[in-house]
Design a protein around this ligand. Structure first.
Ligand code: SF4
Length: 700
């Protein structure tokens, strides 16, 4: 039976025009409320819901093209089985029955030897709680497969705010509109946090000053009053330099520090070692800029920091985020609702993960954990006592690791292994799908149920299916349900349908934490979060205070205080590779999603490397020239764009392009490393030295 039939097919079959409420599934803080216009079962357009304040009726360009993505002629709409060599991308259609039978059979055989040889690989291809880790987690838990450490985006920053503030908690985003000083730190908000930018504009109209801290002169930096273009990986030095100035000028809220923080004396001593001269030298910015920002931050109320994840993709990213997260407690900025800091609001949602994911199905087993950021190395490891069994099967869903995981030369070598059994649940034949043994067609957000939290606001959203599943596509849940049935998993939890899973997400033994009827009626529901959650302390840390000093980190043998930890690949440390490279997202892509949507790819054009005029001139490079970008890990060819967005010594490889669309079938991750961050074991995409040369062969 096709399990999609057990789902409510949605109202798409009605012979009339309907507007169906949904939620944007993409990895973006804004989690917009969608309205899909459906006529005779066809989705005509997707718009922002004007009734949802955080969306305000506006979507980004990417998702306003969502129908183009869902009805894309290259959608995978039937199960496919590999017929060519791995990576060649040659497949033949196969029935669901045959595909599921063979997959279940292979997994059963491997599991009978050691289920930990099976690895799930997934991330934020959808942020929905149901189509990500609900039925999938139940399936892998029951199986006893390896666990996956989902570190690839936010692990260092998440761990940093957890150690400092107690969780992924912070200001309510709407109150940035009332701030008088906004520091946008490590974020191109116009490209990747558009709805926050609306609040910034409102604050600007009320006279707020807006400062952007980012190595790249982004669209956002251009529109701020000031741009501090620091070297990649020096954010902690800047934060400590700011602290130094706050201390020596006594721009501090002593009462707040006394009552609501831990470790002040030690932090003070640490920060006094960072006079602005030293910070300026490390960051590569004028000392006066640091002093002026400290003066503004210490004397403006309310002052708010919008921190984002770009800055934590370096060796010391966790410490940097910790140092920045200490700043609002020093000045007492948390006292006002328009003051404080926001990195992520995701920790404010009372999700019942245990009910959704059922870790009890592990039944006392504790499988090894694979870090998704080192999948390149791990796929190439043999069995050993330290590593455990060699990885024999990889089930990929909501992710495209061949394009997005670091050091992709290694990743590709791993995926090429003939003895690796790879199943990919996908909408399109991505770089990863090219290496699959089976590709299983997954539904898009227009075709399934889901429920969403957010990491940029505090509303819960429900996604109803707007149209019936296209072709033979199934929701991820249905695929794992069907595999569970074939593998003889009889726990009743595998019979839960998707609407039940949506209801489960916020159900707790002491009562539901969200009114599900409200979600059904209006598509969203707002969490009851206080306006100024830390005005009187009450941080969700063990001490209940903002922890400048973290006893938990110290107990792990780590520095209990934040510090500047230089990059693995520090600018200026290599004569062979003199340029620092960061790889920020291209504005019209979202990670590697949307790269194959023609209207968006036409806007982006082609893979580009932004380079400063001085660095370009020194190498004889002009805009449009094909360049070789290389380091000890590999080489990537693309076109150069001489650009004022780049500071001298830093180049920008905009991502994340699909490898197969690049000049040589590779992308910028050919150059990134598998080193890990100081906290959270995350990747260090922006801690990468390269050299750039004109490709003389291409220029002839
Ligand atoms: S990607 Fe972000 S801004 Fe765009 S529709 Fe989705 S949530 Fe909204």
């Amino acid at each position: 039976m096709n399990p999609t039939l057990s789902l409510s097919p949605g109202p798409g079959a009605a012979q009339e025009t309907l507007k169906v409420r949904g939620a944007c599934p993409h990895d973006c803080p804004d989690t917009c409320s969608l309205l899909t216009t459906v006529e005779n079962g066809i989705a005509l357009k997707v718009q922002g819901n004007p009734d949802h304040a955080q969306t305000g009726g506006v979507l980004c360009t990417k998702v306003s093209r969502y129908t183009e993505r869902s009805y894309h002629p290259e959608r995978i709409l039937q199960p496919l089985k590999r017929v060519g060599p791995k990576g060649a991308g040659r497949f033949e259609p196969v029935s669901w029955e045959a595909a599921l039978d063979e997959i279940a059979d292979r997994l059963q055989t491997i599991a009978s030897r050691n289920p930990e040889a099976i690895v799930p690989y997934s991330y934020a291809g959808t942020m929905g709680l149901v189509q990500s880790e609900s039925m999938a987690a139940r399936f892998f838990n029951h199986l006893g497969a390896s666990l996956l450490d989902r570190t690839i985006c936010s692990a260092a920053g998440g761990e940093a705010v957890t150690q400092t503030l107690g969780g992924k908690v912070g200001m309510k985003v709407e109150f940035f509109a009332e701030s008088q000083l906004i520091i946008i730190w490590g974020s191109n908000s116009i490209a990747s946090n558009l709805h926050f930018w609306r609040y910034v504009q409102e604050a600007k109209r009320q006279g707020a000053r807006v400062v952007c801290i980012d190595p790249r002169k982004t669209e956002t930096a251009e529109k701020c009053h000031e741009h501090i273009a620091l070297r990649p990986g020096t954010d902690a030095a800047l934060a400590l330099g700011l602290m130094h100035e706050l201390i020596v000028n006594d721009w501090l809220d002593h009462d707040y520090i006394d009552q609501h923080t831990v470790g002040w004396a030690a932090l003070k001593e640490r920060a006094l070692g960072w006079p602005p001269e030293r910070a300026a030298q490390v960051c590569g910015v004028p000392m006066e800029q640091i002093k002026a920002l400290a003066r503004d931050y210490g004397n403006t109320q309310p002052a708010a920091i919008r921190l984002n994840y770009g800055m934590q993709r370096v060796r010391g990213g966790g410490n940097a985020a910790r140092a920045i997260a200490c700043l609002p407690a020093l000045t007492g900025a948390w006292r006002q609702r328009a003051g404080g800091l926001l990195l992520s609001s995701s920790g404010m949602f009372p999700v019942n993960k245990a009910a959704l994911q059922r870790p009890d199905l592990l039944a006392g087993r504790w499988p090894r954990t694979i870090n998704m950021s080192t999948i390149g190395n791990d796929l190439l490891k043999d069995s050993s006592p330290a590593f455990g069994p060699k990885i024999e099967a990889l089930i990929v869903y909501n992710s495209n690791p061949v394009a997005v995981a670091p050091e992709s030369g290694q990743v590709v070598r791993g995926f090429e292994r003939e003895d690796l059994f790879t199943v990919v649940l996908e909408h399109f034949q991505t770089d990863t799908a090219d290496y699959a043994d089976f590709i299983l067609p997954a539904t898009t957000q227009l075709e399934h149920w889901d429920i969403h939290t957010a990491y940029g606001h505090t509303d819960v959203l429900l996604n109803r299916p707007a149209i019936a599943a296209l072709g033979q596509a199934w929701p991820n849940t249905a695929i794992f349900r069907a595999l569970a049935a074939r593998m003889g998993f009889t726990d009743p939890c595998f019979a839960d349908d998707d609407e039940t899973l949506c209801r489960t997400a916020f159900s707790h033994p002491d009562g539901d934490k969200i009114n599900f009827q409200e979600l059904l009626d209006q598509g969203f529901a707002t969490l009851p979060v206080p306006d100024a959650p830390f005005a009187n302390g009450h941080f969700p840390t063990p001490s209940g205070k903002c922890e400048f000093f973290s006893a938990r980190l110290a107990a792990q043998g780590l520095d209990g205080l934040p510090d500047h930890i230089p990059n693995y690949e520090t600018a200026g440390s290599s004569s062979d590779f003199p340029l620092a490279m960061i790889s920020p997202p291209a504005r019209n892509f979202l990670n590697s999603s949307f790269v194959n949507v023609k209207s968006l790819r036409d806007i982006e054009g082609e893979p580009l490397l932004e380079i400063h005029a001085d660095d370009a001139a020194a190498r004889g490079i002009v805009s449009g020239a094909v360049v070789r970008v290389f380091n000890q890990r590999g080489e990537y060819r693309c076109k150069a764009k001489v650009s004022a967005r780049a500071r001298p010594g830093v180049v920008h490889g905009l991502g994340v392009w699909w490898r197969k669309l690049g000049l040589d079938g590779s992308n910028v991750n050919q150059l990134t490393s598998q080193h890990l961050t100081d906290l959270g074991r995350g990747p260090v995409f922006y801690d990468c030295l390269v050299e750039v040369q004109l490709d003389s062969a291409a220029s002839l």
